[in-house]
Design a protein around this ligand. Structure first.
Ligand code: AMP
Ligand code: MG
Length: 424
């Protein structure tokens, strides 16, 4: 089945709004084995919408449109679709009663302009919208199917769920798509690609083929695997095999193959080992702590995070010695280590993390350029302990350097908790 999506709305052509509906729809369609061939974004302009719709209809068996079903003059999807398909628009009293009920619940009279939303192309099936006034429409016409859904995601999403469950499932073949997102850190995209490349052709030629795409962001590489299989067990089995292949190729730099983020993985490791963590952050400004606390239930292992930005804060809050800072500089392995040990001791926890660096754009020197970040993890055991400290050189601008530093800090903790002392 050839499928196209059209997102309608002038706001989607501005820098302020992104068409996210098509991503959600694609995800749901993929789950039942339907792939999207093309998608378009078009403003609330009838001539352009007509041209885009006519073109999609020539190429596809199923065209899904979202947006432009509202009551106002700029909501034109219904009219344009009816016009192109040469279907008369007929007033549907039951739809209008539904709209009136929604207003009545709020003690309001139904504005006349909402009558437009009760106009239905002849022969169309009405798709209930439990979260808004605009119903969706399903039109079977000359061998093609056209589906109209409202634009607001909270209205569109439950409707696509029910359309997929009740109507599209039958059109879809027995083959389903199974997906796995693999997350990798501590390696560049080209290093990951180099290590994984030999697997691609093997996966593609398997009895149940797997397609792979690689997505790179600073500090993290994602490998998206998709298997097409007639049965779930088969799809999952072949993906498990592929995950094992990647694990063998990349080792512990693969940190997640089940959808968890790095902060979740670290949190789960801490919880499983009944350990508590405290962080002292300078250049990351609390980002690593913030990410750890993004995870619900993080109070199980997160004791505190301190932003010790100035030298004075490092001395006063963490007990770092001023002479140490003077001797080595604030961005140094000695100071990062003293920060990690200092916060762990102050908090009375097992694990302390210290992060200090130069996020730029100013403050770099030839010896310590912008992007230099030193991270230390200290493991406290009684009066003694153990530290692990590493200096990184991150590329990019301030925001990316901060993120990569938080990522490296979380990963340092993860690697330690996995008791892997090998350097990446
Ligand atoms: P409409 O059905 O055109 O009245 O859409 C109303 C609102 O839904 C818009 O103002 C957007 O905020 C949102 N919206 C419409 N289309 C999309 C889309 N493709 N992705 C995300 N949000 C959308
Ligand atoms: Mg709109």
């Amino acid at each position: 089945m050839r499928v196209e999506i059209i997102a309608v709305g002038s706001e989607l052509l501005t820098p302020d709004r992104l068409d996210t509906n098509s991503l959600f729809i694609t995800e749901r369609l993929n789950e039942i084995g339907i792939e999207v061939q093309a998608k378009s974004v078009v403003g609330d302009e009838p001539n352009r919408l007509r041209a885009v719709f006519v073109h999609a209809l020539e190429r596809a068996d199923l065209v899904l449109l979202t947006g432009g079903l509202g009551p106002t003059d700029d909501d034109l999807t219904r009219d344009v679709v009816a016009e192109v398909l040469k279907l008369a628009l007929e007033y549907d009293a039951r739809v209008f009663e539904g709209i009136e009920r929604r207003f009545a619940v709020r003690g309001l009279r139904t504005p006349d302009i909402n009558r437009r939303q009760a106009m239905v192309p002849r022969g169309a099936t009405i798709l209930e919208n439990p979260n808004g006034t605009a119903p969706g429409l399903w039109v079977d016409h000359e061998g093609k199917t056209v589906v109209l859904l409202p634009g607001p995601p909270r209205e569109m999403r439950p409707m696509i769920e029910s359309v997929v469950r009740q109507r599209l499932n039958q059109c879809a073949g027995p083959v389903r798509l199974y997906r796995r997102v693999l997350r990798i850190t501590g390696r560049t995209e080209s290093h990951v690609e180099e290590a994984v490349q030999p697997l691609y052709s093997r996966w593609a030629e398997g009895r149940v083929p797997i397609a792979a795409t690689i997505l790179a962001a600073p500090g993290q590489i994602e490998l998206h695997l998709t298997a097409k299989a007639p049965e779930a067990a088969q799809g999952q089995a072949v993906l498990n095999g592929a995950v094992a292949d990647v694990e063998a190729a990349l080792g512990a730099s693969l940190f997640s193959s089940d959808g968890r983020s790095l902060e979740q993985v670290v949190g789960d490791l801490l919880r499983a080992r009944r350990l508590h963590i405290a962080l002292a952050e300078s250049c990351t400004g609390g980002l690593a702590s913030s990410r750890l606390t993004d995870v619900p239930g993080s109070s199980d292992y997160m004791e505190r995070g301190v932003v010790a930005y100035s030298n004075r804060a490092k001395v006063e809050l963490l007990g770092v010695s001023a002479t140490l800072i003077a001797a080595h500089g604030a961005v140094s392995e000695a100071v990062a280590e003293a920060m990690a040990t200092g916060i762990a001791r102050a908090a009375g926890v097992d694990l302390g993390v210290g992060i200090t660096g130069i996020a730029g754009p100013d403050g770099g020197t030839p010896h310590k350029p912008v992007g230099t970040v030193v991270i230390s993890a200290a493991w406290i055991r009684g009066t003694g302990g153990e530290t692990r400290t590493k200096t990184w050189q991150f590329p990019g601008e301030r925001e990316q350097i901060k993120f990569q530093a938080s990522q490296a800090a979380l990963n340092l903790v993860r690697r330690w908790l996995l008791a892997e002392r090998t350097d990446e």
